[in-house]
Write a protein that binds this ligand. Sequence first.
Ligand code: FUB
Length: 309
Amino acid sequence: SATKTVSFRLKAPAASSDTWGNPIVQTIYTADPAPLVVGDTMYVYTGHDEDNSNTYVMNDWHVYSSTDMVNWTDRGSPLSVSTFAWARSDAWASQTIERNGKFYWYVTVTEAATGQRAIGVAVGDTPVGPFRDAIGKPLISRSEIDPTVFIDDDGQAYLYQGNPNLWWVKLNEDMISLGSTPEQIPLTHEGFGTKASDPTKTAYQEGPWVYKRNGMYYNVFAASCCSEYIAYSTSPTPTGPWTFRGTIMPSQGRSFTNHPGIVDFKGKSYFFYHNGALPGGSGYGRSVSIEEFTYNADGTIPTINMTTA
Ligand code: FUB
């Protein structure tokens, strides 16, 4: 299973401080990458680790863009916890998608009123904002994290999320209201593998990334907390039944979490993830990296190793 690492740089090559290769962002710690292709540009939405020592300090999200996957432009931080008046902290994993010329950014935050995690949604007219809270309240208030959203070929949008459970729900065409009653996806061993450290549990932990390719639905996720690897399941429908397909990226590097994002761009496939590869990096000082890969002929995904240095 061939894998290939491409070279990235964030700054112009003339700058003496340039560093080539992964991580793509070498100016701050970034986490939980969510790629989005808009026209000829790749955008990646990230979280921001502000304290690399021993806890998550995450107050805003950042955006980077590239037209060649080599040169990356810092598009700033158009969204923060303070965008959501009802939230108090924890700008955790997120994803942005486009519909009808608007950009919907689904985020994990902690609700001020309850102290529990919730899912919010912001909306903007461009991929880099400005963004505003779309509904002024949580979209989902369930104490579970990590939203991923995709729109099926028939126009139906689905949102998946959860740790330690995995939920799905339809979104209405407005993308800011629920179109069905949320349902839990059964976390069977057949569907989501087995946790190595506790075989009574399934491997699914968090960070789902759901998409469709050649008629097959993929659910790529972080497995087996807390030395996470990235694994995936596939299904003939967006709502299952899911079949476990194995590991994509083994547990490597200095971060005890990982978080996947997969997208095709200009004829190539890219796998986005995070690790602790920057100087001072750790499970709380993470960095977004990318590997180019090629699907196997049957649609399965090859093993992809991290760039760890
Ligand atoms: O970044 C905070 C949390 O760590 C995310 O929500 C999870 O996916 C894990 O990466």
